[in-house]
Design a protein around this ligand. Structure first.
Ligand SMILES: Cc1ncc(COP(=O)(O)O)c(C=O)c1O
Length: 461
């Protein structure tokens, strides 16, 4: 078919031409010209079991033939119950009820609304403000965008956003509060924590409904884990001021960081965990939230048991069938064990690259969610200018060479700071890791040549 004639798609970037993918197999995607791409970022950290897993496709087809759609206002399906039970059992002890949505933004939107209804029904009607964190991402709907702190995504919609508050998330590599990590930890005095309490008191605790955070900051900062003890203190503050703690595991859930949920590693029980992406390993639009018994009991005791919310496609049978089949594959292929084996290997290989290329200033993350901070010159800590689009350029070169990574900008202050996320499917092999790191190595070499050419051009101009 002629390319122009079929181009009715409202592309992500209307000025860009995108390769057409015809199929995928394992960690590889293939385009219509037969070019092969190693998917080193699982799409958007979603295709966690790789491509072409027949058992998931078969389960979806079977469910579609049996009952493709029922409306959860009137009916439920066995697959819905089975998947909810599987997820509920993976979650911390007191988080047992699972609510499904079609995407992570909707999951967070639902969590923010549930927090608000919970307080209202319990006789705390003033509680409505959400505290989020700068350089964190919770989605693109107005509520989730308002709670998030992605400066570039927020700017275009500033007049439409809700009046939510934000604190800085702990980015110890470049502390936004100007503190030194060792000093902070030694004194057990983290400014990022004192700032949360100060913000709550300034807003008035009686007005604060929820605090929302990613356990490991994903797309906006490039896989930044929290300092030890941070979330325990956040939990304490939320308890003290009756604030619902929402942990956004849309990117980190289902084994990505080496445990079913990253929440296990931060050692707390949130009130709500939101999830997405990995729940169906990208085979269907599926996401949701897992809710603490306390909130569910509140809904039962203080109201008519109804969450005043809902979507047509909540608990869509074909999507939950995909989720259930994905859970079987995670289990059958011992995917969690593989993450804990390949994660450290990937980090070691990337640290080798760090020795070789002075553009890499930091490697961080957990499991197979690894971030790499990029600077112009590591020795002098010279940052790239955002206009250089360093991470995107590097990823473009890698794509030419046959591997795709997840580039990001704004990790330092929302505008400055370039990073790449390396997050292959969780069943990746050592050989595939070697292949992706070797491609990245070659991409850095070409990137360096291009920068040199640009610099020579600048000087001779
Ligand atoms: C942590 C986090 N929360 C929420 C979202 C939004 O999810 P979705 O794009 O499925 O709406 C994302 C997506 O990247 C995410 O990484």
């Amino acid at each position: 078919m002629d390319r122009i004639k079929r181009d009715y798609v409202f592309h992500r970037d209307l000025k860009k031409d995108y390769p057409i993918i015809t199929h995928g197999e394992g960690v590889y995607l293939f385009d219509e010209n037969g070019k092969k791409y190693l998917d080193a970022c699982s799409g958007a950290v979603a295709a966690n079991l790789g491509h072409g897993v027949a058992s998931i496709g078969d389960a979806m087809a079977e469910q579609a033939k049996k009952a493709a759609f029922v409306h959860t206002m009137r009916f439920e399906t066995n697959v819905l119950h089975e998947l909810a039970e599987t997820i509920g059992k993976m979650a911390p002890d007191h988080l047992n009820k699972v609510y499904f949505t079609t995407g992570g933004s909707e999951a967070n939107e639902s969590a923010l609304k549930l927090a608000r209804q919970f307080h209202r029904d319990a006789g705390r009607p003033q509680k409505h403000i959400v505290i989020g964190r700068w350089q964190s991402y919770h989605g693109n709907t107005i509520g989730s965008l308002s709670a998030g702190g992605d400066v570039k995504r927020r700017h275009a919609y500033t007049p439409n956003l809700l009046n939510y508050a934000h604190v800085y998330s702990p980015y110890c590599h470049r502390c936004p509060y100007g503190r030194q990590k060792d000093d902070c930890l030694a004194k057990e005095n983290l400014t990022c924590l004192t700032d949360i309490e100060r913000t709550i008191l300034e807003l008035g605790p009686e007005n604060v409904s929820a605090f929302i955070a990613e356990p490991i900051v994903g797309s906006q900062q490039g896989a930044v884990p929290p300092p030890p003890g941070y979330f325990e203190k956040v939990r304490e503050l939320c308890d003290r001021y009756e604030i619902v703690l929402i942990i956004d595991e849309v990117m980190t859930g289902f084994g990505r960081t080496g445990t079913n949920f990253a929440t296990e590693q931060i050692g707390i029980e949130p009130d709500i965990i939101t999830f997405g992406k990995g729940v169906s390993a990208g085979y269907a639009p599926l996401a949701g939230m897992i809710v603490h018994d306390r909130i569910i009991n509140g809904l039962i005791q203080n109201s008519d048991g109804k969450f005043i919310h809902g979507y047509t496609y909540s608990g869509h049978p074909v999507a939950v069938a995909a989720g259930l089949a994905a859970m079987h594959v995670y289990d059958r292929d011992r995917v969690l064990e593989n993450v804990n084996e390949q994660g450290p290997y990937l980090v070691d290989r990337l640290l080798e690259l760090k020795q070789k290329h002075s553009y890499i200033s930091d490697i961080r993350g957990r499991g197979l969610l690894i971030g790499m901070e990029l600077v112009r010159d590591c020795e002098h800590d010279q940052l790239f200018d955002p206009s250089e689009k360093a991470a995107e350029t590097l990823n473009g070169i890698a794509m030419e060479l046959g591997a795709v990574f997840y580039p990001g900008t704004g990790s330092i202050d929302g505008i400055k700071g370039e990073h790449l996320i390396i997050s292959p499917p969780l069943n990746v092999t050592k050989e595939e890791i070697d292949e992706m790191v070797n491609i990245l190595d070659r991409a850095f070499t070409i990137f360096k040549e291009q920068l040199r050419k640009d610099e020579t051009y600048e000087i001779t101009k």
